[in-house]
Design a protein around this ligand. Structure first.
Ligand SMILES: Nc1nc2c(ncn2[C@@H]2O[C@H](COP(=O)(O)OP(=O)(O)OP(=O)(O)O)[C@@H](O)[C@H]2O)c(=O)[nH]1
Ligand SMILES: [Mg+2]
Length: 465
């Protein structure tokens, strides 16, 4: 991908592939109006290049073969003049009928008149290169397109407001100011960093590092909003994991039977709860290995339990808790877990003992058969999710792993600089660390870019955006 792609005019279908009421073709670049005038005939007879920008014109797209005109579609067409467009260049959008062939025919006509196919994310990349948005905002556009749940949507909207960039620039400016003070000393060695001054500079570095660390901490909440959570139903065989999984989904998704060992493989299904996507996992019962297949089933269950964000540990209330179950519960210490005492529609003599022994996490009595306790369990999950996604620094969140890594890099070098001051090393060491810390923040907001960075960000987009 080239950073400087100006000069080219690009075109793509901007709507999802398939059949739709309308489909949009977007063209951007210096040749845009020439292409539009070459294929679009407005009903009023005005050429698009002569019409006022952002005014919709109705007309038809015409393909000419050997000077014989053929109507490809009747469309609405809107032109935008640089720099007042999404990309900051001349842009034209054709609102056509949404069939694949209709759109492809018109797109091919755009190519014939001089456009080339846009790369994934190239429109947004141009918007970034033309200063219409910064890099975190461009990343937010991608998140917004991908958002399936209310939580992911809200996170992307907030991301798009650009508050992270403002917060990052503030810290970057503080580093720059520190650097200028240190460089003054380096330039005029007679003004030595003496006495408590290095100490104070070190404290300032640590202070900025702490602020960045606070931003990094928000990334967990952002990840949950964006990607949701995995919730694993785990426990001994036959306790009713699959029955509860089905009850949660409200359908008979997986097989249930009174034979232990019914579930052999981990099965996933997604629901939305509290605006967050929950990926529910039904797993095979944890049992003593009796054969190769069982051993593999248990291995898979263990892996899911390790990877899950939250474990619903299910036990059967009609029988006393088993030592192996207690052991499994103990091994989950420090993890997010909820004890579910199932089969509460029956006599549950084991429930009391379980409540006493399985401590260190909330507990709920439930029945997959009658749906008893399910609302309570869902409310418990919802509360948990709300506490994870509530972030006090509402204004600035770290959303992507790229942003998180760069924040961490910056923080690490700020701490190195602080340490260099503390040890009384030459100010040059600290200065070089601070430059790296500053550059990481510059990369985050997109002020320092390389083709690699742009590739990383924009290649994840779809074509047409
Ligand atoms: N009475 C009653 N029976 C239940 C309840 N939940 C499950 N069962 C029964 O318990 C048996 C085992 O249920 P499953 O859902 O297959 O249990 P599981 O934990 O998935 O079992 P494995 O996949 O073998 O590990 C079945 O006969 C279910 O009908 C419940 O809440 N009440
Ligand atoms: Mg099962």
């Amino acid at each position: 991908m080239k950073i400087d792609s100006s000069g080219d005019t690009i075109a793509a279908i901007a709507t999802a592939v398939g059949r739709g009421g309308i489909g949009v073709i977007r063209v951007s670049g210096p040749g845009t109006y020439g292409i539009a005038d070459g294929l679009f005939e407005s009903r009023s007879g005005i050429r698009l290049s002569g019409a006022s920008p952002m005014k919709a014109l109705f007309g038809r797209v015409v393909r000419r073969r050997n000077d014989i005109p053929e109507t490809l579609d009747e469309v609405l067409c809107i032109g935008f003049r640089a720099p007042r467009s999404y990309t900051g260049e001349d842009v034209v959008e054709f609102f056509c009928h949404g069939g694949r062939r209709v759109l492809t025919n018109i797109l091919e006509e755009c190519y014939r008149l001089g456009a080339r196919a846009a790369n994934p994310g190239e429109f947004t990349q141009r918007a970034f290169l033309n200063g219409k948005m910064d890099l975190p905002q461009a990343e937010a556009v991608l998140d917004l397109i991908k958002a399936d749940t209310e939580g992911a949507f809200r996170a992307a909207r907030r991301h798009l407001e650009g508050k992270l960039s403002a917060a990052i620039r503030r810290e970057r400016d503080r580093i720059a100011e520190l650097l200028s003070r240190i460089e003054a000393v380096l330039d005029f060695p007679e003004e030595r960093l003496d006495g408590e001054v290095p100490q104070r500079l070190g404290d300032e570095c640590r202070d900025i590092a702490a602020r960045i660390e606070t931003l990094v901490a928000s990334s967990r909440s952002a990840r949950i909003l964006k990607e949701g959570l995995s919730v694993v139903f785990a426990g001994a065989p036959n306790v009713g994991k699959s029955s509860l999984f089905n009850a949660f989904l409200g359908c008979d998704r997986v097989l249930v039977s009174d034979l232990p060992g019914t579930t052999r493989d981990s099965v996933e299904a997604a629901i939305e709860l509290g605006g967050i996507e929950l990926r529910l996992w039904d797993t095979a019962g944890l049992c003593e290995d009796t054969g190769l297949l069982e051993a593999e089933s248990v291995r898979r269950s263990r892996r899911m339990i390790e990877e899950g964000d939250l474990i619903l540990f299910v036990i059967d209330g009609t029988r006393p808790p088993q030592p192996a179950e207690e052991e499994a519960w103990k091994s989950l210490e420090g993890r997010e877990r909820i004890l579910v005492i199932n089969k509460s529609d029956l006599e549950c003599p084991g429930a009391e003992a379980a409540r006493n022994r399985f401590t260190g996490g909330p507990c709920v009595a439930a029945s997959a058969r009658t749906d008893g306790g399910l609302e309570e369990l869902k409310a418990m999950l919802e509360k948990q999710i709300a506490s994870w996604t509530r972030w006090p620094h509402e204004d600035a969140w770290v959303y992507t792993s790229r942003q998180k890594e760069l924040c961490q890099r910056s923080r690490e070098y700020l701490e190195k600089a602080s340490e260099a001051f503390r040890q009384g090393l030459s100010a040059e060491f600290a200065a070089s660390d601070l430059r790296i810390a500053m550059e990481a923040l510059g990369q985050l907001v997109g002020e320092v870019t390389t083709e690699d960075i742009l590739d990383l960000v924009f290649s994840r987009f779809c074509i047409g955006k």
